[in-house]
Design a protein around this ligand. Structure first.
Ligand SMILES: Nc1ncnc2c1ncn2[C@@H]1O[C@H](COP(=O)(O)OP(=O)(O)OP(=O)(O)O)[C@@H](O)[C@H]1O
Ligand SMILES: [Mg+2]
Length: 507
């Protein structure tokens, strides 16, 4: 048998600090051609920083990079691209107001000149999109009009278009549904068979078990373990290495039989709510203390339903009542006044004030509470924010840190803390654990359950079916804008829900 090929990439002793944070401390890593090398670690462990060093977005303070046997300085993202390193970032970096084709071929010399080449670029883009299982995305589409998942696909298409030898994927599956994840894995298989190396970051351990050849675990900026993902005991070990503890059962116990009597006024009552072309007339109620989950594929209308309840989209029919009183349709202010909160799916575009501090991002929806005769009680503000960011173990534990400098999962925690602070009656959660590590997930689940126990009505959307089943009391399965099935969560299992979201046998 041939001996193992030499690594395509070797990192040795990579360190990187930001003001007040040692993000990476002497990390060694090697990546072999044709392997899927997974990076694991809690939120803020340094995964994105490490890959940004490889993709030329950050310069390391110390350490060496060897690419195809030669010491290399990767001075910029375009230098990385020229070397054959393509990256799909956690925060997508697409140019919003140009077409899919232009984004895909960005920085790719082949496509620069002329009309003929533009035609070729367009055809090549269509081809890659089809390979990715998305022939419906037109190469001419303006990127800003695409959904989160659509953008992810475009970002992936861009990485594929460069004939890269190494493709880095930072949580690519976070916005994909199970079918799309399978598709992604098929593509990864084809790439690795052709000798392309993949560095894959995900918080979903089952994915790593499925496609990972080797795993490196980062903790507090150091590589603390390496191994094979194959057997589950190793996976369990990996979790405790990452988190420093065992997590046996992530979901909190349900309080028993469904809360509130059937004749009590539900906190949230949705009556025949519809948006033409998005979702069919929908009826649902959520009682105080209840967590209702919407399960369905990306693009099945779940986010649109939440946004319409919140008033960010105007319904074409039906109405929403909170505590028996109707909200003004398509009016966010009316919803917020009535005590409705929405933690949206796309936190960067919709929810974060990137230049502001963690504190302000948490308190922004509750500011009146901190105003004292026209002045803002800043210490009260900070104290209140901190209480909730600590509950979620948000890192770094620095109320003044700019939210932009936080790791992806920690930004998500800040958005959630905002709604914890706001004393909502109805909480609409759209993919609340996206990008959140396994340890913090368990804490987050406990918190959501505690809010419900305190009387909040929670409506939850998640692409991760086990999450919906584990956390919700009742589950509505949505397919193509229609509720095809409703059942108490304990009566469902993952296969049944998958069958329902794929085939949809109306019930
Ligand atoms: N530009 C920056 N300025 C200051 N601190 C930063 C910056 N970028 C990252 N950090 C800090 O570096 C540490 C590592 O962050 P990184 O984004 O690499 O984590 P991660 O492992 O990717 O986490 P996640 O799973 O949440 O995405 C964190 O403490 C983060 O706050
Ligand atoms: Mg990250």
């Amino acid at each position: 048998m041939a001996s193992a090929p030499p690594p395509i990439l070797t990192l040795s002793g990579i360190s990187k600090s930001f003001p007040g944070v040692r993000a990476l401390q002497g990390v060694d890593l090697d990546v072999l051609p044709g392997e899927v090398h997974c990076l694991l670690g809690q939120n803020g462990a340094g995964k994105s920083t490490l890959i940004k060093v490889v993709s030329g977005a950050h310069q390391p303070d110390a350490g060496e990079i060897t690419w195809q046997g030669e010491h290399t300085v990767i001075g910029s993202p375009s230098a990385a691209m020229r070397l054959g390193i393509a990256t799909i970032y956690q925060e997508l970096d697409l140019i919003e107001h140009v077409s899919v084709t232009e984004n895909v071929h960005l920085g790719n010399e082949k496509s620069k000149a002329g009309f003929v080449r533009r035609g070729a670029a367009r055809a090549a883009t269509a081809d890659i999109l089809a390979r990715l299982g998305h022939p419906e995305i037109s190469p001419d589409r303006i990127v800003s009009s695409l959904s989160a998942a659509g953008r992810q696909v475009v970002s992936m298409a861009r990485a594929l278009s460069h004939d890269a030898k190494l493709i880095i994927m930072d949580e690519p599956s976070a916005v994909l549904d199970p079918d799309e994840v399978n598709n992604l894995f098929r593509i990864v298989d084809n790439l690795t068979e052709a000798g392309v190396a993949i560095v894959y970051i995900s918080h979903r351990l089952e994915e790593i078990r499925r496609i990972g050849d080797r795993v490196t675990v980062l903790k507090d900026g150091r590589a603390v373990a390496r191994g094979l993902p194959a057997d589950t005991t190793a996976t369990r070990d990996i979790v405790s290495l990452m988190t420093g503890r065992d997590i046996e059962h992530p979901f909190p116990e349900r309080p028993g039989p469904p809360p509130a009597a059937a004749d009590a006024t539900p906190v949230l009552h949705v009556e025949g709510l519809a948006r033409e072309g998005e979702f069919a007339p929908l009826d649902l109620t959520v009682q105080a203390g209840e967590i209702v989950g919407l399960a369905g594929l990306v693009g099945s209308g779940r986010s649109e339903i939440l946004e319409t309840i919140y008033g960010a989209r105007r319904p074409t029919a039906g109405r929403v009542l909170v505590g028996g009183r109707p909200l003004r349709p398509g009016n966010v202010t009316s919803a917020v006044r009535a005590g409705v909160g929405l933690a949206p799916e796309e936190r960067k575009a919709q929810a974060l004030f990137l230049l502001d501090s963690v504190t302000r991002n948490v308190t922004i929806s509750s500011l009146p509470r901190f105003s004292r005769g026209g002045w803002l009680d800043r210490s009260g503000e900070r104290k209140a924010a901190r209480e909730h960011t600590r509950e979620l173990s948000l890192r770094p534990d620095n109320p003044e840190a700019r939210i932009r400098t936080l790791s992806g999962g920690n930004q998500q925690k800040a958005v959630l803390a905002r709604w914890l602070l706001r004393d909502c009656k109805v909480l609409l959660l759209d993919e609340p654990t996206r990008g959140v590590d396994v340890g913090a997930r368990a804490e987050l689940y406990a918190l959501i359950r505690r809010l419900a126990d305190e009387g909040v009505a929670v409506l939850l959307v998640s692409s991760e079916i086990p999450e919906v089943l584990g956390l919700a009391d009742r589950v509505l399965v949505v397919r193509e804008g229609q509720v095809v099935h409703t059942a108490p969560a304990p009566e469902l299992d993952e296969h049944r829900v998958l069958d329902l979201v794929m085939e949809g046998s109306p019930a």
